[in-house]
Structure formats: C-alpha cells, structure tokens
Design a protein around this ligand. Structure first.
Ligand code: HEC
Ligand SMILES: [Cu+2]
Length: 432
C-alpha cells in the first residue's frame, strides 16, 4: 500500500492551480499581442513570477511525496508494499500461499489460451492463403475443454477448502475473547483465561490535529488505539465477533482473520500468533461516517507478560468496580449493602440479623452497629482476631464495606436508632 504524507501540501497546490488559471489568460494575451499598453511590465513580471512559483510548487509537491517521512508500519502496511502481508500465523501464511498458487495457475492458463489464440490468428491469416477448416462438433475437443477445466477447478478447490475448514475450526481454544463492533470503536471482553472478566473499549488514538492537517501525521496515523487487544503468543485465541449497532468487520491481515460482526449473531474465528509484536487492521465493512476511524491493534506478548498484564487488569477491574469517590446517596448505599450482606454475611449473622446464639452475635441491636462508625469500620477492616469474624479489607472494596455497614445500621430494629447512620466510602478509604 502506498501512503503519502503530503496532505498539507495539497491545499497549497490547489491554491497555486487557482492562481495559474487566473494568470494564464494574461500570459496568453501577452504572447499573442505583445505588450498591450494596458499591461505594464511589472504586471507581466508578477504573472511570470506566479508561473515560476507554480512550477516550483509542483516540484515541491512531487518531491514532498517522495521525501515525506513515511516509514514502514510494523504490523501494518509497508511503504510501497505490493505483495500481501508476511503473516504472523500459519493460516495467514497459508492464505498468502493459496493466493500465489491461484495466481500462478491463472497466469499459466492466461498465457496458454492467449498464446494459442494469437498464434492461430498470426499463423493462419488470410494473406497466407490459409483455408479455414469447416468441421462441426468435435468430440475430442469438447471432452478436453470440459475435463481439463474441471480438473483445474478441483486442484484449486482442494487446498483452498483445507484452509477454509481450518479457519473455522475454533475447537480447543486457550482463550476466548468477545469482540463487539460499535459505531465507531471496538469492545473487547475476555471470557476465560487469566484475564477473564476484563473488558474495555478500544478507541482510535490518533490526535484530531493530525486528521485535520494541523500537525504532521505520525507513523501510525489512523492505525493506533488507546487500548489494544492483548494476547499471549503461541496460544489459540478464539474471537467471538458480534456488533452492537450495525454490521462491522474485524480484520487483522497479519493474523489471517477477517470476520463480519453482525448484530444479534456471534461468529467465531481464531488465530494463533507465532510472533511477538503489534498487528494492525481496520474495520472492513462500511459502517457509517467514522468507518475509517475504528482501527484494530492486537498486541501479542509473551506468556509472562500476558500474566502480568492480566493481573494488572484484574486489579484495575476490582478497583474500578465501584468508584469510591462517587457521591452515593444513602438509599443507594443501603440497597447496595443489602446485596453485599446477602453475599458475605448471612451465613453467620443470618438474614434476620439475629445471628446464632452462642456462635455468631446478633447485629440487630448490636452495640457496635448502634455505636460510633469508627468501631464498626475497624471490625470489618481488621476482623476480630481469633474468631470467625475475618477481615474483609481485601475481599470487599470501599463502597462495598461502607454500604454493608449502612445496611446493618438501617435494617431490622436498628433503623432510625444508633449513631452515625450514614458511613461514606471515603470514610473506609480514610480508615484503611
Ligand atoms: C464466618 C462467620 C462470619 C461472617 C461471614 C461474618 N461475621 Fe461478623 N462476626 C462473626 C463473629 C463470630 C463475630 C463475633 C466476634 C467476637 O467474638 O468478637 C462477629 C462480629 C461482628 C460484628 C461485631 C458485632 C458486635 O456486636 O460486636 C460486626 C459489626 C460484624 N460481625 C459484621 C459483619 C459483617 C457486616 C459481615 C459481612 C460482611 C460479617 N460480619 C460476616 C462471624 C462472622
Ligand atoms: Cu465498523
């Protein structure tokens, strides 16, 4: 693919053309009529200067194309790339191989057919006195031109079918990622593996100023994203492709993957990258105004790096599940707390808050629950040494702890009594 980084020269060039069109009649008039007296020398000079300026601009324009700082894009198209991609998966290389096989077969047929045709026209021309044959229905020829193409088609279909079947075989995948096309970005969600549950949106990260020609274009112009899809090298990655609005298409040539993303359907494809690196593609189904602005970047990393990245993402996920700085209304916190209580506390303290006599204290009417908030926060963050009341500091986030405290302070007979009925997530953050 040939990419020229000369957009900012184009405007200039158009301006020069405009000037050229306006100055040309004057130059033409001068050449026909000599110096008309209404046109003085300075005006002529100005016109000539404009013409020279235009020629200069033309030279600059073409030089600009040649010398613009366009470099090969790793994982994407290279400058003056004419062949297909080199391929980071076996399937991608099979596709390239098939392309050349078909191409060569076609060229051989082309040369054979046109060779016979041109030879016949030349060797049997009328001026040589050649008499045309007048036979009809030649059995041998008819059988030959049916059987030979049939054999050729089968010879082409066999390897192609093998590759297409392999492309569709998503069995035994190590990791499954759900990919959703949106107008105009991609959503990624890890279904299993170390990063299970991690999900994010992947947006174009090329600055607006580059698109509007206010800044020179970067080396990854329109082929860069804020959050790439990260996968481990050598693992079979199943991609479950769907869309949230209109039809898109997830295509990464180097990985040999191209799959339409259709709302309401899930289509599975897969790849197993055997090289570490970033591989780039684009949405390849016209999906509206910003179709050209939803690139795809797949970052293939080592298994160790993937484990590290997954752990980081999981941590972020836990931290972001609830934003502790959000202003929660007390009612919201209590509603949330009821769920946290049901999931984490009922086994011991019971749904009724009455606990189990002799084993688990009642929270309904408990002095701690009715007392100052600091004490209860400490019980939840530190637990009670040597008892079944463990610390919840690492299991629950600030919002969850605050909300379950608020719930216990407002449920059962506790409602409206006791001190500090509302504990905010920021209180928990401060006490940690
Ligand atoms: C595995 C059982 C168990 C679970 C689960 C449990 N607790 Fe407790 N909790 C206890 C026990 C036992 C005590 C009493 C500790 C002691 O003897 O000092 C206690 C004490 C408390 C107290 C202090 C009560 C008082 O009157 O001193 C509070 C408040 C409390 N738990 C809240 C919670 C909350 C909220 C949850 C859920 C996030 C929870 N607990 C989950 C067993 C549990
Ligand atoms: Cu699209």
């Amino acid at each position: 693919m040939i990419r020229a980084n000369s957009g900012y020269l184009e405007c200039d060039f158009l301006l020069q053309i405009q000037e050229f069109i306006f100055s040309r009649p004057i130059i033409f008039a001068q050449s026909v009529f000599g110096y008309p007296n209404w046109l003085d020398a300075t005006c002529f000079e100005v016109s000539m200067k404009k013409l020279m300026g235009l020629l200069g601009a033309c030279a600059m324009f073409f030089a600009g194309i040649a010398s613009a700082q366009v470099k090969d894009m790793p994982g994407g198209p290279a400058v003056n790339q004419l062949n297909l991609f080199s391929g980071a998966t076996q399937i991608a290389r099979d596709i390239v191989w098939l392309h050349w096989l078909m191409m060569i077969i076609c060229i051989v047929i082309f040369i054979a057919v046109f060779g016979v045709m041109f030879y016949s026209i030349w060797a049997h021309r009328k001026s040589r006195g050649v008499k045309p044959a007048t036979f009809h229905e030649h059995m041998g020829v008819e059988v030959a031109w049916t059987v030979i193409p049939f054999i050729i088609v089968i010879a082409m279909a066999l390897p192609a079918t093998r590759t297409v079947v392999a492309m569709k075989d998503t069995s035994g995948a190590d990791i499954t990622v759900k990919v959703t096309g949106y107008q105009w970005k991609w959503g990624y969600e890890y279904i299993d593996g170390a990063a299970a549950g991690v999900k994010f949106l992947s947006n174009l990260s090329t600055p607006r100023a580059q698109i509007e020609n206010k800044e020179p274009k970067g080396p990854f112009y329109l082929m860069e994203v804020d959050n790439p899809l990260v996968v481990p090298v050598g693992k079979k990655i199943r991609i479950a492709v769907t869309a949230g609005d209109v039809i898109h298409s997830w295509m990464v040539p180097e990985l040999g993957v191209k799959q339409d993303a259709i709302p309401g359907f899930i289509r599975n494809v897969w790849f197993r990258a055997d090289k570490i690196g970033s591989f780039r593609g684009q949405c390849s189904e016209l999906c509206g105004k910003d179709h050209a602005f939803m690139p795809i970047v797949v970052k293939v990393v080592s298994e160790d790096d993937f484990a590290k990245w997954s752990a980081e993402q999981q941590k972020l996920l836990a931290a972001n599940a609830d934003d502790p700085n959000k202003e929660w209304a007390p009612a919201e916190l209590i509603a949330r707390g009821e769920k946290v209580y049901a999931a984490n506390c009922v086994a011991c303290h019971q749904g009724s808050g009455k606990g189990i006599v002799g084993a688990f204290p009642a929270l309904d009417g408990s002095k701690v629950v009715m007392g100052p908030k600091a004490d209860q926060i400490q019980v939840l963050l530190k637990g009670r040494q040597g008892t079944a009341m463990q610390s919840f500091a690492s299991q629950l986030n600030d919002v969850e702890i605050a909300s379950v405290i608020d719930y216990t302070r407002s449920a059962w007979g506790n409602a409206g009594k006791g001190q500090d009925p509302v504990v905010a997530p920021t209180d928990i953050k401060a006490a940690r």
